[in-house]
Write a protein of this length. Sequence first.
Length: 240
Amino acid sequence: MGLKKKSTSFIKENFESLAHLLFPNICLICTAELAPIEKHICQRCSGDLPKMHLSEETKDNPVHQVFWGRVQIEHAYTWLIYQQNEAVKSILHNIKYKDNPQLARSMGETMSKDLRDLSWVKTIDALVPVPIHPKKKFIRGYNQSEELAKGISKVLNIPIDNHFLKRALHTESQTKKGRFARWDNIEDAFRSSKNQENYKHIAIVDDVITTGATMERIIHQIHEKNPELRVSLISLAFAQ
């Protein structure tokens, strides 16, 4: 049995080495060839990414400040700063438009190494990905926020609830819209579709927070049914 396992392992390692030689993976940021142990982004580019380094204090948290006076949230966390940064732009573009759900899951796993050090994360009952309309999910093949949540769930062992929210309307892209136009665009786009009494604290997961209009509308919908439910936010990037 031991010899068989060694033989299988040897064949697998050699096959992977041959595959890497014939079809080398390249860093999506600098296009350098990745080492076999690297995924999607080389270590040098990963180290250069502009990270937020958020503390537990909400008063010093720029993501949390976006929602002051608009909606009640418990905590907000984002991993990267998205402001005229081509590396972050490339990551988000690949996740959303380049058929790369594996990248979203990988980013979720990586950012979770920082997330797990925050005490409030340990109280989260469920991760709730921002839903996309079934038509858009059919065209894209996946929901990028759900894939990001899968990576987070894998590391932090927090369950994902894909039925907590539903996308009721197929809306236009938010990319080039201002804050008020974004609000009008998604005003009736979401529906809370599950009994919320089982949870005390949830975290909504999205790929990027810009004006906060999407998150604001979602939280309003949630608190209309359950004003006592604690809601926190987790995103891969924040457009500062």
